[in-house]
Design a protein around this ligand. Structure first.
Ligand SMILES: [Zn+2]
Ligand SMILES: [Zn+2]
Length: 141
């Protein structure tokens, strides 16, 4: 009985991860909690760790952020906005050989993460808008 409940909870957590966009464990817990108030934060953290250790999902170590989780297992890199933190999957032909490297300088490579830091169009537009106001001498008060 207990095992069945665990399986059901794992499925709910996995499906929430697929629907979410590279969430941290805390973000995913908040999402799961909206519909399943009986799933604890500890369960979400434990299940995510188990999935990651089994290679069923990816755990992303990103500079300046808590670990994020990704249900996408196909080789891809991430494009991350340095201002709002939004993350998009990105893949192009030149990346394939980099992401499939198995050894470098005699060391076995067990995981490769490519994280491009950028300014997304929305943040770029917000900055440009603000810049115009400043340039025009508009009083923001
Ligand atoms: Zn942004
Ligand atoms: Zn991804």
């Amino acid at each position: 009985m207990k095992k069945q409940r665990n399986t059901a909870q794992k499925k709910i957590i996995y499906e929430a991860l697929v629907a979410a966009d590279h969430p941290t464990a805390t973000e995913l817990y908040e999402r799961v909690r909206e519909e399943n108030s009986r799933i604890s934060k500890a369960t979400v953290f434990r299940v995510l760790s188990q999935y990651a250790e089994n290679g069923e999902i990816r755990r992303l170590h990103m500079l300046g952020s808590d670990d994020r989780y990704d249900a996408g297992l196909k080789p891809h890199a991430h494009l991350r906005c340095a201002f709002c933190g939004k993350i998009q999957d990105v893949m192009f032909p030149e990346l394939a050989p980099v992401l499939s490297v198995h050894s470098i300088k005699g060391c076995k490579v067990y995981s490769t993460e490519v994280d491009f830091l950028m300014c997304c169009p929305e943040c770029e537009a917000a900055r440009a808008e603000h810049k115009n106001e400043i340039d025009a001498g508009v009083c923001l008060n």
